[in-house]
Write a protein that binds this ligand. Structure first.
Ligand code: F6P
Length: 469
């Protein structure tokens, strides 16, 4: 297999994997792929410099080479906080009420994609396979083509693709998709997001779609478009469970929730994760079954995220208020029903927390996949597994029908399913878990990278036709 050049907004150095990476999922997946194939992982360092220089910082750690550039404050404002996370992120999570359509954001996005293309160019060798990740870098393939790069280039979208009716609210939507079609392969998390994309290409661009071959052809260029559901790094995750750190973490939850059932949620503090709605559902559970208040302790781990953006600051305030209200009303001298923790933990610690929690609550309003659901299942004791409550609007729901699937917008549905989970007999918990774990173990991240890279390698390089760029 040829050398791999991975390009994503953020680059995670393998040793730094943990607190932040554990909730993101992307880092582990890409490190595994790079270790197998060799190559380089290129992206933004997360640092700012006064004026962009394009200087590349190369590091080698745990068998993976990373190359990063610093961005200037205007780039971070307009590209990362702006177009990526105030325009595309909310829109692609169906939140057009939160979407900001600022022209300056769009310009910053284009500028940074140009900067990425210009900077990564010297690192690309003729036979390399290039794999670009996520919504930050949709135009990058086209920018590389414009610089004469003829290598195979694949793109994977880690978040949902919105329905056409929502997507067309984006100014220059056509331009964005035309740029995307310069990739040889576009991967989505689920068939649902793929269908929305295909619908758009047909209806708005008049592209030719070959359903059997999974291709979209526009202006003489053919792109393979497929769903590749991502999984967890199963072996690595299970190895974390064998550590002292994981055992200590298990003890911390177990000892502090004695005679009560621990229910856990682990999410970046993001409005797409449905956190206030979740807390609302827990409040409804306590209102509907007051005699069960003493049976349950809910642990919500929510490391802050994208803190410069107003909608993220607001979600934090709302969540703090709702949690405070419920704890104020329901706490006793020896019981605080909701433990709300504003920080991240290592993968090993999370393993221990998951295993000690008999209910996993994963209720995003919309999510590309959601790997917390899969990690929760993997961490369970096969003899006495916990119950996963999962939003039907997470991509993972399509692969995990044996979870208790819920509508995260409905407090009654959440309350009802929490009660079902609390009272579920051991035999049913085992049956459900045994079916869930098959998918989590088999559809792991190694399979995912093999499937995408295998398809990409099989594509015949195409002429640079019909660019429109
Ligand atoms: O899942 C989408 C994603 O942007 C990932 O690429 C990233 O790891 C995660 O969310 C965290 O986001 P950010 O890099 O903005 O902190």
């Amino acid at each position: 297999m040829s050398r791999l050049v991975v390009i994503s907004n953020r680059v995670a150095v393998p040793k730094a994997r943990g607190a932040a990476g554990a909730q993101g999922g992307l880092a582990g997946a890409l490190n595994s792929a790079l270790k197998q194939n060799g190559g380089v992982w290129f992206g933004w360092s997360g640092q700012e410099v006064e004026a962009f220089t394009g200087a590349i910082n190369v590091q080698r750690s745990d068998g993976v080479t990373t190359a990063t550039i610093d961005l200037e404050p205007q780039d971070v404002d307009e590209y990362y906080n702006g177009y990526a996370n105030s325009t595309l992120w909310p829109l692609f999570h169906y939140r057009i009420d939160l979407t900001q359509y600022e022209q300056e954001f769009g310009k910053g996005y284009e500028r940074v994609n140009e900067r990425f293309a210009e900077s990564v160019l010297p690192l690309i060798e003729p036979e390399d396979t290039i794999w670009v990740h996520d919504y930050h870098l949709m135009p990058l393939g086209e920018r590389l083509r414009a610089r004469g790069i003829r290598n195979r280039i694949g793109f994977f979208l880690h978040i949902p693709w919105p329905p056409t009716r929502l997507f067309v609210s984006l100014p220059f939507h056509e331009r964005l998709v035309r740029a995307l079609l310069h990739y040889d392969l576009i991967g989505f998390q689920t068939e649902e997001w793929l269908e929305s994309f295909i619908h758009y290409c047909r209806k708005e661009l008049g592209a030719e779609v070959d359903e059997e071959r999974c291709t979209v052809t526009l202006d003489g260029r053919r792109t393979l478009a497929r769903a590749y559901p991502i999984g967890i790094d199963y072996d690595h995750f299970m190895a974390q469970g064998d550590t002292l750190t994981a055992r200590n973490a298990f003890q911390r939850v177990d000892a502090s929730t004695r005679n009560r059932t621990a229910m856990i949620g682990v999410d970046r503090l993001d409005y797409s994760k449905g956190l206030p709605e979740r807390v609302e559902g827990i409040g409804r559970f306590f209102d509907t079954y007051p005699e069960r208040t003493k049976d349950l302790v809910f642990i919500q781990i929510a490391p802050p995220s994208r803190e410069d953006i107003r909608s993220y600051q607001q979600i934090r305030t709302v969540l703090e208020q709702k949690t405070g209200q419920i704890n104020g009303a329901r706490s006793d001298i020896d019981l605080v029903p909701i433990r709300y923790v504003n920080r991240g933990y290592s993968t090993a610690e999370l393993f221990g927390f998951y295993r000690a929690s008999k209910i996993g609550l994963v209720t995003p309003l919309r999510d590309g996949m959601n790997l917390v659901a899969k990690e929760y299942v993997a961490a369970q004791d096969p003899e006495d597994p916990g119950v996963l409550i999962l939003s039907r609007f997470a991509g993972a729901a399509l692969q995990m029908p044996d979870a208790l699937l819920v509508n995260p917008y409905s407090p009654d549905d959440l309350a009802h399913n929490i009660r079902l989970a609390l009272d579920m007999p051991l035999a049913e918990r085992r049956e459900r878990w045994e079916r869930l774990i098959v998918n989590v173990r088999e559809q792991n991240v190694l399979r995912w990278t093999e499937a995408i890279l295998g398809d990409l390698e099989a594509i015949e390089p195409q002429p640079a036709a019909g660019s429109g760029s």
